[in-house]
Design a protein around this ligand. Sequence first.
Ligand code: NAI
Length: 273
Amino acid sequence: MSYNLLKGKRGIIFGALDENSIAWKTAERVHEEGGKFVLTNAPIALRMGTLTALGEKTNSEIIPADATSIEDLENLVEKAQEILGGKLDFVLHSIGMSVNVRKGNHYTNMNYDFTTKGWDISAVSFHKTMQVLYKKDAMNEWGSIVALTYMAAQRVFPDYNDMADNKAYLESIARSFGYFFGTEKKVRVNTISQSPTPTTAGQGVKGFDGFIAYADKMSPLGNATALECADYTVSLFSDLTKKVTLQNLFNDGGFSNMGVSQQVMETFMKDQE
Ligand code: NAI
């Protein structure tokens, strides 16, 4: 169902890797709602070639950018405005990667070069993106910037490893930069804290199948899908949420406020029999 919520709006969508990606679903939904955008991803991710299909489907150009490189981000923001014909109304940061997780390093046995690299990609890149947008005055008034996060920023999920720390940092950047973007440019900045979702990044987490099943059983409404995350993002890009800013918004079927659910209790009791 389309409501034309983003008609006339322009933006940048980071992080669509394949059709499971949350950013991929978001691009499809933004397109359906009338928004125009440029797609971007790290040059190495673009080599897979899958993004071309999304570009064609949504009539969007693709500009490579490593989100840790200021030079790449400056080029992206300039080109996006040229291509789209003006300042931007929305930006989605949908980027995450932990080198320690990839290499199988336990949280208690980190390689700090990997820690720094993962932190730069997963958290500082959000600051870099906003700083480039801010300095270039590239956002329209009442624009909206969203980044994706996970509840391991607040609570312990042992296998989430250093991504938990990266997400805590990312959420803090949203508040801190959101203050300046709000007061000086009337732009809102929020994070969406999403349920575990079967994507490339999600499945990189050790024990992901158990993790996603547990979250589903704990949540009164069940896990939120990638498409449901895309819908929520569309609402945050639209004019219907103009005064929502500096928030970490849970799109998780209620998981974050649960103690225990009947379903989880029953599974646990079965194990006791
Ligand atoms: P994904 O693997 O499809 O997307 C991650 C993206 O980050 C990829 O497109 C990848 O190419 C991009 N990326 C990595 N390094 C980059 C760099 N240097 N420059 C630019 N882009 C780079 O996975 P997913 O799940 O769609 O991830 C999107 C966001 O959602 C991430 O921030 C992730 O942490 C977050 N999230 C995911 C959850 C899940 O269970 N899948 C749950 C909660 C949040």
